[in-house]
Design a binder for this molecule. Structure first.
Ligand SMILES: [Zn+2]
Length: 578
């Protein structure tokens, strides 16, 4: 039985190819038939079609409505798409799956328009949370508030209204920058901070005119609360922590489905997380397919890599065959990206080497010995070059190993000399289109105009050189939105309308390829994903309009209509289908 299921797609594609020469033998019946679609397959063999037939978890056939109608049986679910666009499911090429799920569980204040609104959101959460549990939120910024509180200290409100609304819960609200938290009285009582507390070195406890803490804790002062919070979380019974992790995994998956994402590449998981993911894969409870990169110390990985390496586990829902994202350097925005020449706006600094070279080398040695891919962050051009050097040395030691596809994550600044080296080494710069637009407003300042033009976010130059185009939004760093990243990839238009490095736009076709086939190749999955091809997994996304033909101005209006994973409709018309 199993044999027949595997072979059928090939038999069928042969039949379809033999135009008109139809066999009277058993014809497979589709479970799901999508017709009247504007199907863009990302498969050069048959780039466009009208209809897709799906059998089980695989694509059975593609073609015209008429051709596909012969696969319709009594139990076939038949969907008329009225011309909507059908594409291979989006693959998020770089994100942080569980922390993305976690970010969906805490309060999000990015769109809050006043402190009062934040207080009422916290109060609502408190009403549903057992007393004594922490309430945590993120993303507030006082400059976004339209109304001001009566009492302000250094432009910020004081904690009283928040504390009055939440007497039984410690509350910690993280500023957008991540450099400060705002807390309530209960949290301050818990860590014994009052008017007499001396701030820690490098930290600031903001005080009002009477010397009382306002609730605002800057830099090192915020660590007191973060430590208290994680201590509390760590002391909970194991079952509670596992239930929470399960919830993060489910939420991250469902949010991915809402955005048309059927596969998610995670850059930085732990052995413990993989254990739970494996259990959930066994149960059939993973909403999307996961490609996980381990982020553990080389010394801890040595004896376990063979046990944890898995490809296509649980019906192709879980793969672990990568090591990442250890960060070789920091972020450009905070002058952390490691550069070959100093920052234009901070001439004393070349940025930071975060994880020591020796640790990356040790991981690389393990990776090559155990058939793992390396996927390490290199944002600045120095970090990028160091990684090429490490990879090249490792490849030279193991000439027998081929097709390794080691990756450099983000690759935001690349010296022109290193582009051809990347091609020669078969390395994949795993870039995220959206970063050109989220960073665009300040990159010139960091790098200077000339260096930006030559080396900054040169994503199309990389593709033109023959490198695999990739894409993603690094959730939860940026919004998980392939449409946003697609839009930035093809326009480079910043929120204020100016263009950032417009010579580096992807064509529409390339942008779609990057989010499907390109990302599949970066994970060795081009045989089962990345295009709508008979025999491949039936991972398909339906969009409200054609991304390849609509105007730049209307791209962002595109909506995800349906997300299909392995032949099952998992999201449709705004609802998750369970
Ligand atoms: Zn990342």
């Amino acid at each position: 039985m199993k044999m027949i299921r595997i072979l059928l797609p090939f038999v069928v594609s042969l039949l379809v190819a033999c135009d008109g020469n139809e066999s009277q033998d058993v014809r497979p019946v589709a479970n799901l038939l999508l017709v009247n679609g504007d199907v863009v397959t990302v498969d050069a063999a048959l780039p466009r079609a009208k209809a897709v037939a799906i059998e089980g978890n695989r694509i059975l056939a593609i073609g015209t409505n008429e051709e596909m109608s012969k696969y319709r049986g009594d139990d076939t679910e038949f969907i008329d798409l009225h011309g909507q666009m059908v594409i291979p499911g989006f693959i998020e090429g770089h994100g942080h799956y569980t922390s993305f799920g976690g970010s969906l569980m805490i309060l999000d204040f990015r769109y809050a328009r006043s402190f009062a609104e934040i207080v009422s959101m916290v109060a609502a959460a408190a009403a549903e949370t057992p007393p004594g549990e922490w309430i945590v939120g993120r993303g507030w910024h006082q400059d976004k508030w339209e109304t001001r509180e009566e009492v302000l200290v250094e432009g910020l409100p004081v904690h009283n209204s928040l504390s009055d609304a939440t007497p039984a819960h410690p509350v910690m609200l993280v500023h957008t920058s991540g450099h400060a938290v705002f807390v309530n009285q209960r949290a301050m009582t818990l860590v014994e901070i009052d008017s007499n507390t001396r701030p820690p070195d490098g930290g600031e406890i903001v005080l009002d005119e009477n010397g009382q803490p306002t609730g605002m804790m800057r830099e090192a002062a915020q660590d007191i609360f973060r430590i208290a919070y994680s201590g509390h979380q760590g002391r909970r019974p194991a079952g509670v922590a596992e239930a929470e992790l399960r919830r993060m995994i489910t939420l991250a998956g469902e949010e991915s489905l809402r955005h048309g994402i059927t596969s998610f590449q995670d850059l930085g998981t732990t052995f413990a997380e993989v254990d739970l993911l494996k259990t959930m894969a066994d149960e059939g409870n993973l909403p999307v397919r996961l490609y996980m990169a381990l982020e553990e110390q080389a010394a801890d990985m040595a004896g376990r890599l063979d046990v944890y390496r898995m490809v296509g586990y649980g019906n192709n829902f879980l793969t672990v065959r990568s090591i990442g994202e250890k960060v070789l350097d920091g972020a450009l925005g905070t002058h952390g990206g490691w550069l070959l020449e100093p920052y234009a706006d901070m001439p004393r600094s070349y940025g930071l080497n975060v994880v020591p070279i020796e640790e990356i080398e040790a991981s690389a040695e393990l990776a090559i010995a155990h058939d793992y891919q390396m996927a390490i962050q290199g944002i600045g051009d120095r970090a990028y070059r160091e990684l090429l050097d490490i990879y090249e040395a490792e490849f030279a030691k193991h000439p027998d190993k081929t097709d390794l596809r080691w990756r450099i994550e983000h690759a935001q600044v690349i010296h022109p000399d290193d582009v051809s080296r990347t091609v020669e080494l078969g390395v994949i710069p795993a870039v995220q289109g959206i970063f050109a637009c989220s960073d665009g407003p300040w990159v010139d300042e960091r790098l200077g105009e000339e260096r930006t033009r030559e080396r900054g976010y040169i994503f199309n130059t990389l593709a033109e050189a023959g490198l695999v185009p990739t894409n993603g939004t690094d959730p939860p760093v940026d919004e998980i939105s392939p449409i946003d990243s697609f839009h930035c990839s093809v326009t480079r238009r910043l929120p204020d309308g100016t263009l950032f490095q417009p010579q580096e736009v992807y064509s529409r076709d390339r942008a779609l390829y990057s989010y499907t086939m390109g990302n599949a190749i970066a994970a060795f999955e081009e045989d089962i994903k990345g295009s709508i091809t008979p025999g491949k997994l039936a991972d398909i996304t339906v969009l409200s309009q054609n991304l390849l033909t609509i105007s730049d101005d209307t791209l962002l209006d595109t909506e995800v209509v349906m997300t299909i994973v392995g032949g099952r409709i998992r999201y449709r018309d705004g609802e998750i289908v369970r």
